[in-house]
Design a protein around this ligand. Structure first.
Ligand code: ATP
Length: 233
């Protein structure tokens, strides 16, 4: 497994939010984390990225331990987080944002700039536009495209559908499919369980900082508990 998390406990200011989470993601696999507001989905991604303190358990990426406060080193090893608020350089152009993404690539080869622009044709058209003047969907695409410039081996996406229409969400998911096909592992957090369970290979349902259910996405999508809680059935 590319990413292996075992019995992870983590939180803020001594308060435990994650109560022993175990999950894994392999290369070329899309794994979803779904769950209600406040279940700890973002905290899970941030802990994996080294931004939140671990209280116990372990996070291993490509066989090596990942620890708190070393997020830039984690990115250099090929584990990249696209945060929910995208963190783009608003006053820079699309093209400059992409170039900044290549920082820290450290000899790994991945997608070329041209291949990335093929995945998101709208960004090619808007190369010279300032990031802050683009729509939410375009900014989401740019945030993912910028992460791809760093040649990730594992890409973590925090609520990429936030603020997007279902149609734009599918456009983003279509690109995620292509990224998986290139052998990159993808860990994606979503409140919108309905759409993401159609994209993912496997999923984990998080409730109050613990994994309540996990399995293949298709099995979870037809699970009565998941349908009642997250799919509005
Ligand atoms: P959402 O969809 O609302 O982001 P989530 O499942 O991603 O939900 P988290 O953002 O991980 O949930 O939040 C889990 C818990 O941790 C919540 O109770 C939240 O208030 C708390 N929390 C999140 N960030 C911080 C922080 N920086 N400091 C203190 N508590 C935090």
């Amino acid at each position: 497994m590319l990413l292996e998390i075992d019995d992870l406990r983590a939180g803020y200011h001594g308060l435990e939010i994650l109560h022993g989470i175990s999950l894994s993601v392999d290369a070329g696999e899309v794994v979803a984390i779904v769950g209600a507001n406040g279940a700890g989905k973002s905290t899970t991604l941030k802990t994996i990225a080294g931004e939140v303190k671990q209280h116990g358990g372990s996070v291993r990426f490509d066989g090596g331990a990942v620890g708190y406060g070393r997020s830039h080193l984690v990115a250099q090893r090929g584990l990249m987080l696209v945060p929910e608020h995208r963190a783009l350089f608003g006053s820079l152009t699309v093209e400059d944002n992409l170039r900044m993404g290549a920082w820290g690539k450290k000899g790994r080869t991945g997608f070329s700039e041209d291949e990335i622009l093929d995945l998101f044709p709208i960004l090619r058209e808007r190369r010279q536009q300032l990031a802050e003047t683009m729509s939410g969907g375009q900014q989401q695409m740019l945030a993912i495209a910028r992460a791809l410039m760093g040649a990730p081996r594992l890409l973590m996406l925090d609520e990429p559908s936030t603020g997007l229409s279902p149609k734009l969400t599918w456009d983003v998911f279509h690109a995620v499919n292509a990224i998986r096909d290139r052998g990159v592992g993808v860990l994606i957090v979503e409140q919108n369980a309905h759409q993401v369970l159609q994209l993912a290979d496997r999923a984990y349902v998080l409730e109050s900082g613990s994994v309540a259910l996990d399995g293949t996405a298709s099995v979870l999508a037809s699970d009565a508990r998941v349908q009642a809680a997250y799919l509005g059935h």
